[in-house]
Design a protein around this ligand. Sequence first.
Ligand code: ATP
Ligand code: MG
Length: 315
Amino acid sequence: MLAPPGYKDEIPAILERLRNKQTIEHLETHRQAKDGSLLQLSVTISPIFDSDGRVIAASAIARDIGERIKTEETLRKTEKLAAAGRLAATIAHEINNPLAAITNLLYLARKNPSLDGKAKRYLDLAQEELGRVAHIARQSLGFYRDTSIPGTVEISAALDEIVALYGRRIDSKGIHLETEYGPGLAIHAFPGEIRQLLSNLLVNAIDACGSGGQLRIRATSRNDWNHNRRSGVRITIADNGCGIPKPHLARLFEPFFTTKEDVGTGLGLWVSKGIVQRHGGSIRARSSTRAGESGTVFSLFLSGVVPNSPVQRIA
Ligand SMILES: Nc1ncnc2c1ncn2[C@@H]1O[C@H](COP(=O)(O)OP(=O)(O)OP(=O)(O)O)[C@@H](O)[C@H]1O
Ligand SMILES: [Mg+2]
């Protein structure tokens, strides 16, 4: 009864060892609990002898190692993600210079009057594709490589700036934008990083919205919902777009997770989370895909407590 299916053969093998006066030490295996659930155990079994040295019983110690294994798995996954992130940033850094050179060379080549129509079209295509590469590099490195010292960032001004930057895209999709924030929401932060964070969330919301969709941006001065005493700014960006299916929600902040096959890098939210963490904040998403009431809300808290050293992206 103790051995779950797939582990039944273990028991006779264990008994055989015990009969041969051998010990089983730290055997990592599965056993079944009374309610049928599986337990991950580390089992040590030793034979007990009578005065003539015959095996008359066995003593078994089983330790539940489920939590430990779960922690190890989480750690491995975190390390893998961190490594993937470092790799992405390093590659982006390395390709940035040649990228700028190719962009300039293409620009010059396209100006050349000796080109025929076909060659021009090829160069146009090349430039478009190059734009994608540049987008990936920008996402991994940050809009403005922010190695400056942090300063005062007025959140409402930063939001106005971002809204203006994407105003054309919002208008051309016929999206109705509602904003609720006033002046006086200042935090201590890296300005370029905050702009990148807000643009990533806004662009995602615009992408998710169908034509005639709705966006709402709110910012208020707030206490952290986890640490009541810390004050800062809470920002929510809500859209009534397609929503995020449950299985995707858990993967949103992984590097390279994207559903926008040809246009997305899947780095936007990963970078954004890093920025939020560096600013002593938190980010979370709520979403619904139910027809008629679908949409997504990203909530940010920024405490504005940042390290004074320049940002180290490439560790
Ligand atoms: N507001 C939203 N509504 C619906 N889905 C969203 C929203 N925000 C993010 N997502 C989902 O999360 C995925 C990851 O977003 P993320 O910003 O990291 O990458 P991306 O937008 O695909 O590419 P890019 O790196 O160019 O931003 C998206 O592909 C999309 O499926
Ligand atoms: Mg994005």
